[in-house]
Design a protein around this ligand. Structure first.
Ligand code: MG
Ligand code: MG
Ligand code: MG
Length: 309
């Protein structure tokens, strides 16, 4: 039976290109496999669409139900992130770079996870271990996945292995300038034209409980803050509406990935408290915080401190 290689739901570039790369490796090793993904081609995120087009890759096949199928999982190992009825399928391999999830198997499987920035980096090693050459188009996809997952090496999750993999893959893919490639991907990913302000606010949004107070924090990763200049007032209106639903504060991180900082838009019952959290001064409901890139590692811990969590 053909092995369906599939990444997590709401697939990102790593999930898409790792499915392609691992399916190709399995085929080269004599195991019949095909790349799959948990969305239809027209539902693919704009960054992955660009990557597929740029390198002439075929979009993986849509899969929604795992029942009766043989599966290899890439970029995840959590049941909740898999296709429906994963328990009624047979997982035969997992290649990942996250914490180990809750998937269990009845038989021994190939399981390879490493604490690196991207599944593409792990796969690059697996190709070398197997002595299999990576096709040019596939190398291009893997390269893009590493640039995306590591935010062009700026993410705290990036390792030397990721940098080494990019150095190798760019040669195979025939890419001269990985910074320019990353910027093209970022622009596609952060395109705001025609997207309703509320959708932008919720594109990457999470609510947190801060000592009984509800605080919402959204983040938009941008190539430049100018990208949202025209929709700033609409974003604020969307934030006001969300705040009126019973939140103490709503924050929107407009993160400039190039300047490595965040224009933090703040609507709060206690603006002075938020200013204190980040040591800044709000002007027209926003303040620039140099070096702020990560909600998980920077924004939330600072908020928790001032809220007394
Ligand atoms: Mg991923
Ligand atoms: Mg990944
Ligand atoms: Mg990611």
């Amino acid at each position: 039976m053909t092995v369906c290689v599939v990444g997590h739901s709401s697939p990102d570039t790593d999930s898409v290109t790792s499915a392609i790369a691992y399916a190709a490796l399995l085929n080269a090793q004599g195991t019949e496999a095909k790349a799959c993904m948990q969305c239809k081609a027209d539902g693919l995120n704009p960054e992955s669409k660009l990557v597929i087009e740029r390198f002439g890759l075929a979009a993986p096949e849509f899969i929604s139900d795992a029942a009766g199928k043989k599966l290899a999982l890439v970029d995840f190992s959590d049941i909740a992130q898999g296709p429906a009825n994963l328990g009624d399928g047979e997982v035969v391999a997992i290649v990942d770079h996250h914490k180990i999830g809750d998937i269990t198997t009845n038989n021994p499987i190939l399981f390879r996870a490493e604490p690196v920035g991207c599944t593409g980096t792990v796969l690059n090693k697996m190709y070398k271990d197997a002595g299999v050459e990576i096709a040019k188009d596939v190398a291009g996809g893997m390269l893009c996945a590493i640039l995306s997952d590591t935010v062009n090496f700026k993410s705290p999750t990036c390792t030397d292995d990721d940098k080494a993999a990019v150095a190798e893959l760019k040669v195979i893919a025939g890419v001269q300038d990985t910074d320019a490639l990353f910027m093209d991907m970022l622009k596609a990913k952060s395109a705001v034209a025609g997207v309703p302000a509320k959708d932008l606010l919720f594109r990457d949004y999470k609510d947190f409980d801060m000592k009984g107070k509800k605080v919402g924090v959204g983040q938009l990763e941008l190539a430049t803050i100018d990208q949202v200049a025209d929709v700033r007032e609409e974003l604020k209106k969307a934030m006001e509406a969300v705040k009126a639903e019973g939140r103490h504060s709503v924050l929107l991180m407009l993160t400039d990935v190039v300047k490595e900082g965040t224009d933090l838009v703040v609507l709060s019952d206690d603006p002075a408290l938020i200013e204190k959290a980040f040591g800044g001064k709000l002007a027209n409901s926003s303040m620039w915080i140099d070096g702020m890139m990560s909600r998980k590692k920077q924004t939330i811990p600072n908020l928790q401190k001032v809220f007394g969590c």
